[in-house]
Design a protein around this ligand. Structure first.
Ligand code: DAH
Length: 339
């Protein structure tokens, strides 16, 4: 040990916690401290240098004492103030995003059908003619097959198009699975429409399908009543109006009683007390046959609804364009469970 090395050490020492402070005390001020060695060496120092040497060692000792007392005082002060982190301070606000209103509605629809045993299945957005039209009993001259309604990607033998409805997923499920089948298929669909407040070239649907032995129109009606009451409230009523879809026979359009005016009549229900929410029907035997399911053994029902339409009724958003413009002022308003 020599004076220069220890002096350098004192220059650099940092005593930030009690452990470091104690180690420092033992090393420089304890009963076997390093300075003792230096004091003991005095006897070997030539007489004329003894005085200067002794002064240097004394100065070292004083500096060590000073460093120790200052560091100790500083540490006691921080302890008295508590930790540097004030744990009682209110936490900084964490900014969370909002869910898209269509995601909220889709999730709610899925949950309601999950409760009665429907599982989610999905299919591709780019579809062939078979799954989007032919297997669903669309005759070759049906207007939906027209360029004006459908976005075709390729024509000819391997005709591909953006699906115009989620009914295409019905076909895929029936081709892949044997009955009993209970499924819902949420997804995006595309139609060749001019964009306005009331129409868009893409929107979202949820398709439902139930195939088993002995499924009847009464089952369909009861399932949809359960759904409507779960979504719009227990006082909700439904009515079915005869309609036509190529893939169901008989087919119906489903209205729910207007929850905004308690069916008394308002602007939204155009003073009828009823709001149209979906199409449905008994799966046409031709569709079952196209998917290799024997219509003499099995029957089933299907339904399809627009997610934007339901969101429009629950959130009173009447301009369809708002859903895809990504305006955060619009999107920020929606929270889970607010509907
Ligand atoms: N696919 C129909 C549409 O796009 C909706 C629909 C109606 C689906 C009746 C069905 C159904 O499954 O049975 O408008």
């Amino acid at each position: 040990m020599n004076i220069e090395v220890l002096s350098l050490e004192l220059n650099q020492v940092q005593l930030q916690d009690e452990q470091a402070l104690e180690q420092f005390r033992i090393r420089f001020l304890g009963s076997k401290n390093v300075l003792k060695e230096l004091y003991a060496a005095i006897k070997d120092i030539p007489n004329d240098q003894k005085r200067a040497y002794g002064q240097q060692v004394n100065a070292l000792k004083e500096r060590a004492e000073q460093i120790y007392h200052e560091a100790k005082a500083a540490l006691t002060q921080t302890q008295a103030m508590g930790t540097a982190e004030d744990l009682s301070r209110p936490a900084g606000a964490v900014k969370v995003g909002a869910h898209h209103p269509l995601s909220l509605i889709r999730r709610e629809i899925i949950e309601i059908f999950n409760r009665v045993g429907f599982v989610v299945s999905e299919g591709p957005e780019i579809e062939d003619d078979w799954h989007n039209f032919s297997a669903l009993n669309f005759p070759p001259e049906h207007p939906a097959r027209d360029m004006q309604d459908t976005f075709f990607i390729s024509k000819g033998a391997n005709e591909l198009a953006l699906r115009t409805h989620t009914s295409s997923v019905q076909v895929r499920v029936m081709e892949d699975q044997a009955p009993p089948i209970r499924t819902i298929s949420p997804g995006r669909v595309y139609r060749n429409e001019a964009i306005s407040a009331r129409a868009h070239c893409f929107f979202h649907q949820v398709e439902g399908l139930y195939i088993d032995k002995g499924v009847s129109f009464a089952d369909l009606k009861q399932t949809l009543l359960y759904f409507a009451q779960a979504l719009f409230g227990p006082q909700t009523q439904i009515r079915m109006r005869p309609s036509y879809f190529p893939f169901t026979e008989p087919s119906a359009e489903v209205d729910v009683s207007c929850s905004l005016c308690n069916a008394k009549g308002c602007n939204v229900c155009k003073h009828t007390g009823w709001l149209e929410i979906m199409g449905c029907g008994m799966v046409d035997p031709n569709v079952l046959e196209a998917c290799d399911i024997d219509p003499s053994v099995y029957s089933g029902f299907a339904f399809g609804m627009g997610v934007e339409r339901i969101a429009q009724l629950k959130y009173r958003v009447t301009d369809l364009r708002l859903y895809s413009e990504n305006d955060v002022r619009f999107l920020r308003q929606f929270k889970p469970g607010m509907s």
